[in-house]
Design a binder for this molecule. Structure first.
Ligand code: ADP
Length: 444
């Protein structure tokens, strides 16, 4: 029987009893005593069952449902059924959670659940090995008390979770860890910790190898270039040697440029982190680069320079000079006769500043743009060789910009020209007051 048919039955039974009691009252001239007594008995019956229900609920549904009749039998049976279903569902969920926890425990990466205040709520086995956090000892303790690295504290406070963090383990200095924090479920955070020691060591070996090879090649190359220059100037040599010696000299110079660029890249990699905080007068620097670019162009291009003297940069003069001149000289090399090159330094309208080099040169097809800053990536290898390019210039630019918290933007259309922009964030830009309005814009 369903609860709704039991309810109908109960109503019917109540109506029949009420009619019978009213009739009996009337026939026996007892109005309304029998009806009153019946109503009291009915209420008492329900109160008794409410008491039974309260007792059964207080036992947490562990006792068998009370044996009773009528609508209450149906109520108890339905409640019992719901209770049994809930118990089964809970058991199933507990098994799923257990299986999930076992899987998380088996992960080779550390997984730590943090609350909104950075307190540890849960962690897996690998976390203890990588970070020295133990369960249950360290549950509800702030994660920043185990990882005291300033980079980690800054990222946690600023909720800057986009970039993974690279730090050494507080447990064992030689372990290199990559930490990623993912916010989830409103205010919770999942912290994933990966051991990247092997990759880090391989990367270090690669850097050392390139730096050492470049360094070792430098001295013999200087000697070779020196002798070749002497041979080029030697008039006593037969004429047939002139061409091969000129070619050897050209290639040796190219090798020297490559070695110099590789050494510069190695130096940038060897000092990771932010560049120094010198005050760099970009306007003056850009004007000097424009003059050098005009010398390189030998009158083949019109080169304009618009630099706002109000803005200076916090950074490393040498690194910035190398990056900006690389972009400017590229523009000269990749723009045909009569082309226009425009060097600009101005506010970006968003609190930061932008240095851009715009040319009306050959342009670059869309699919090359993302790869331009890779080492030795050239759009046209043969032409780059011909122009004496090393293929490392934009890789250096990228490194320098990263060290200045800046980034490179490239817009280009084949056949129409390109714009290379270095974008600097507000905290790297200093706004200085120039009293004379006329002094502000230097147009070279
Ligand atoms: P390279 O020494 O060959 O110039 P870079 O790393 O400086 O090496 O530049 C990589 C490639 O990007 C160049 O080979 C060239 O194909 C392309 N490139 C750079 N600047 C420009 C530009 N202004 N116009 C067209 N192509 C460019």
């Amino acid at each position: 029987m369903t609860i709704s048919s039991a309810r109908t039955r109960e109503w019917r039974r109540l109506a029949a009893v009420l009619v019978a009691l009213v009739l009996a009252d009337y026939l026996l001239a007892l109005t309304p005593w029998l009806l009153l007594a019946g109503a009291c008995a009915y209420v008492a019956w329900h109160v008794y069952h409410v008491h039974l229900l309260a007792r059964w609920l207080a036992s947490g549904g562990r006792q068998p449902e009370p044996a009773t009749r009528g609508i209450w039998a149906q109520v108890f049976e339905s409640l019992g059924r719901i209770h049994r279903q809930n118990r089964k569902r809970k058991k199933r969920l507990r098994k799923v959670v257990m299986r999930f926890q076992q899987a998380a425990e088996a992960l080779p990466d550390g997984a730590i659940v943090l609350d909104a205040n950075g307190l540890v709520l849960w962690m897996n086995e690998a976390s203890s090995r990588l970070l020295g956090i133990e369960s249950p000892r360290d549950i509800a303790r702030p994660v920043s008390s185990f990882i005291r690295h300033p980079k980690f504290a800054d990222a946690l406070n600023a909720e800057a979770f986009d970039e993974p963090l690279h730090i050494s383990s507080p447990q064992r200095e030689e372990l290199q860890l990559l930490i990623r924090i993912v916010p989830y479920g409103g205010s919770r955070r999942l912290m994933v910790v990966r051991d990247v020691t092997r990759i880090h060591n391989l990367e270090q070996m690669r850097k050392d190898f390139v730096a050492n090879v470049s360094h070792e090649l430098r001295s013999p190359l200087t000697v070779i270039v020196g002798y070749l220059e002497a041979l080029e100037d030697d008039d006593s040599l037969p004429d047939e040697f002139a061409r091969p010696i000129a070619q050897m000299s050209q290639q040796a110079s190219r090798m020297t440029l490559i070695v110099e660029d590789l050494l510069q890249l190695s130096r940038l990699e060897a000092t990771p982190g932010a560049a120094s905080d010198q005050s760099v007068a970009v306007a003056e620097m850009l004007e000097s680069i424009a003059r050098d670019a005009r010398t390189l162009s030998e009158g083949a291009h019109r080169i304009d320079c618009h630099a706002d003297r109000e803005f200076t940069l916090r950074g490393n003069w040498n690194e910035l000079y190398s990056a900006f001149s690389n972009i400017a000289f590229n523009a000269v090399q990749h723009t045909g006769m009569g082309g226009v090159i425009r060097l600009q330094w101005a506010s970006d309208g968003e609190g930061g500043a932008r240095l851009s080099v715009t040319d009306t040169g050959e342009g670059i097809a869309e699919h090359h743009i993302a790869r331009l800053t890779e080492r030795f990536y050239r759009v046209d290898k043969a032409r780059s060789h011909e122009m004496g390019g090393t293929g490392l210039g934009l890789a250096i630019v990228k490194h320098v910009l990263v060290r200045h918290d800046a980034w490179l933007e490239v817009e280009s259309r084949p056949g129409e020209g390109s714009r290379f922009s270095c974008r600097f964030p507000a905290h790297r830009v200093v706004h200085r007051e120039i009293p004379d309005e006329l002094e502000r814009k230097a147009v070279a």
